[in-house]
Design a protein. Structure first.
Length: 481
């Protein structure tokens, strides 16, 4: 395994190897020399902080960056008072971008007080050419910028940046490569995300992800299985399979396989007790998947099924490729087959052309499906997407009124849905000490609800039975059963 690869055996007098990932290990060894030099001069290790600003896929990438930084010898800093700060950015909505500029504004001052400080930016927002132009012009103190496609080259880019006083920029438009076997550091010892595919081919008309994450490509099942086996032997009991549309997994593989078949392979891996996945596009959700979920005692009782809108007209304009009726049929079928499942969703309010009647259709679906949780978003115009140039953009004031009405409705229903488990005993994975009361532990149920209960921190990472005593809205208070 490369994860075990010893950097001491790398001869830095030779030219860097051409093949990956060996090339990156060479540059890790090179950066490590720089770190030793820093330690000699300053009497301490340099500190690094990786700030994740995006979705689970970005969080997984951040773990890869952290893994590489640890190999090199950086110490972890709890916040941005560090010698190296790297922002792994998101650009799915305008707010995400504004946050990055806000952070950079603050770091500009910090950098003046710490002469060692270096700043890097990576992730989805860096794939937008206008962003990079703006950074070059207005944020010249940034040291390193790279994108989503070449994140595996982080060690090499860092080595270049450490040797240069100029801003190093490396952005690729797209890639068909997947580089395996780089180090990674997990946030939790007992659960882990696992990439099963990268990119997206769906081009929902509002969404920037296909432009910044590139074309859909699936990892080979044997690579995924090897990684999950390794995780299981490291003590991981819960995995979350990650992709923008996991239901289309495997279509482009040399030997095509379905997502449901991949799940069955995951189930066979000893030591893995729970399997989650994110995200399912309704248009590709097969009966085979429902059957495999139903028959499994490892696949969690939770399905995130983004609706986006309940109006067939708006869904058509969004290029979602399903109608209101098809979505309702699908949700109904899932609830019927797996009654204890928790269904969650994403909804966008204020898509161009959305009328009062369209909004009512969304509310109608919310009431019929009775989501266990729903993430609601105000439509955000993303440059370069088809929806950005649609003429009938909805006035802000109207969107706000609809957003508040929707939020109230989804929250009321989610509370009622959560309460349906009162008094039952559920298996939970103990995740952490409660933030507010250290006598309590927090556990996650198969359906993704949280329960807080008294217990000893030595139980963290274990699966336990907990009695749900009292529903507090979106979570429970309980006792070990
Ligand atoms: N691949 C996932 C979604 C990833 S983005 C899927 O198809 O379900 C997460 C959520 O952000 C989306 O489900 C959508 O609700 C929201 N979103 C994406 N683009 C948006 C935009 N331009 N404005 C507002 N919300 C958006
Ligand atoms: Fe965006 Fe649609 Fe792809 Fe999800 S499926 S990432 S919403 S384009
Ligand atoms: Fe995720 Fe945001 Fe990129 S949602 S894929 S980090 S644009």
């Amino acid at each position: 395994m490369y994860q075990e690869m010893n950097l001491d055996n790398i001869n830095l007098n030779l030219e860097p190897p051409i093949e990956e990932p060996a090339r990156q290990y060479y540059f890790m060894a090179k950066c490590r020399e720089w770190v030793w030099d820093f330690e000699q001069k300053n009497g301490r290790s340099p500190k690094a902080c990786v700030v994740n600003m995006g979705c689970q896929m970005n969080a997984k990438d951040s773990e890869k960056l952290t893994g590489i930084l640890s190999q090199i010898g950086y110490e972890k800093a709890p916040d941005e008072h560090a010698d190296f700060v790297i922002y792994n950015t998101c650009t799915v909505r305008e707010n995400a971008n504004l946050k990055v500029y806000g952070h950079l504004g603050l770091l500009k001052h910090e950098k003046k007080t710490n002469p060692h400080m270096r700043i890097a930016l990576c992730g989805c927002m860096m794939q937008e050419p206008e962003v990079v132009e703006k950074l070059k012009k207005s944020y010249p103190f940034v040291n390193l910028i790279f994108g989503t496609h070449n994140i595996y080259k982080f060690a090499e880019l860092l080595a270049n940046s450490l040797e240069s006083e100029r801003m190093v920029i490396d952005i690729w438009k797209d890639t068909d490569r997947i580089v395996e076997e780089l180090p990674t550091e997990r946030k939790y010892p007992f659960k882990s995300g696992v990439n099963i595919m990268f990119g997206c081919n769906n081009f929902c008309s509002y969404c920037i992800v296909p432009y910044v994450r590139g074309r859909e490509r699936s990892r080979r099942p044997e690579d995924i299985i090897r990684e999950v086996r390794q995780l299981a032997s490291d003590g991981v009991s819960e995995i979350m399979l990650l992709g923008q549309n996991v239901n289309s997994y495997g279509k482009t593989l040399e030997h095509p396989m379905t997502f449901a078949q991949l799940l069955k392979e995951m189930e066979k891996i000893e030591g893995i007790r729970r399997i989650r996945f994110m995200t399912s596009h309704p248009k590709d959700l097969s009966d085979e998947l429902i059957r495999v979920m139903k028959e499994s005692n490892k696949i969690c009782r939770h399905l995130h099924l983004p609706l986006q809108s309940g109006s067939t007209n708006i869904l058509k304009a969004m290029n979602r490729k399903y109608t209101k009726e098809q979505y309702l049929d699908l949700a109904g079928k899932i609830r019927q087959e797996i009654p204890d499942i928790s269904l969650t969703t994403d909804i966008i309010v204020g898509f161009p052309g959305e009328t009062e009647a369209d909004f009512e259709e969304t509310l109608d679906v919310v009431r019929k499906v009775r989501y266990d949780n729903a993430y609601t978003f105000i439509y955000s115009k993303r440059t370069g997407t088809p929806a950005a140039s649609m003429e009938n953009q909805v006035p802000e004031a109207e969107v706000k009124v609809h957003f508040d009405r929707l939020l109230k409705e989804v929250q009321t229903i989610a509370r009622e849905q959560a309460a349906r488990f009162s008094g039952t005993v559920q298996e939970v994975l103990v995740e952490e000490r409660n933030e507010h009361d250290s006598r309590l532990l927090t556990g996650r149920m198969s359906n993704n609800l949280l329960v807080h209960f008294p217990g000893d921190p030595s139980l963290i990472g274990k699966l336990l039975l907990v009695k749900l005593e009292e529903c507090k809205g979106f979570y429970y208070m309980g006792t070990i059963s």
